[in-house]
Design a protein around this ligand. Structure first.
Ligand code: DQA
Length: 143
């Protein structure tokens, strides 16, 4: 099975940005964590991070017929992007939404998730472990 792992804006700033909320580990650490988790499960993964909504939409479109599952943390675009929701619907690849922080306990403006309207599962507040749980959820779904 081949999964695409997409991270949105400012996820490349992990370790620097608001460590009380997002932790002290860097995006490089996240890449390693995801790759190791995939290897343990004999899964293939591609990681993609962008600060651009358009680039994320294009990456989702390119996944059509190339990936079995998508793990997506759209970051701030979670709460604004109908374009990312529409791209997920267009390719119709099973997807899980992941958030590092405990989004349900945060500001009111973070309580809407457009991508979440497509994803069959949402994982929040588990830090990096959320990406690992997302892999297991996709494997279970695709069995
Ligand atoms: C986030 C939560 C979002 O609200 C925020 O804009 C982010 C990161 C998370 O992983 O907890 O950038 O998606």
């Amino acid at each position: 099975m081949k999964f695409l792992v997409i991270n949105g804006p400012n996820i490349n700033m992990l370790g620097i940005r608001e460590p009380d909320i997002y932790g002290k580990q860097s995006y490089k650490d996240l890449i390693k964590f995801v790759k190791d988790s995939a290897k343990q499960r004999s899964l293939k993964v591609k990681l993609f991070q962008s600060n651009s909504e358009a680039a994320i939409v294009t990456e989702i479109q390119k996944a059509y017929r190339h990936f079995d599952g998508i793990i997506i943390n759209p970051a701030a675009y979670t709460h604004t992007s109908v374009a990312i929701l529409d791209a997920l619907k267009a390719v119709a690849i099973p997807a899980v939404e992941v958030h590092i922080s405990k989004v349900p306990e945060r500001e009111a403006f973070r309580q809407v998730s457009y991508a979440g309207m497509y994803c069959f599962k949402t994982i929040t507040g588990l830090g990096f472990k959320g990406y690992e749980e997302a892999m297991d959820a996709l494997v279970e779904k695709l069995k």
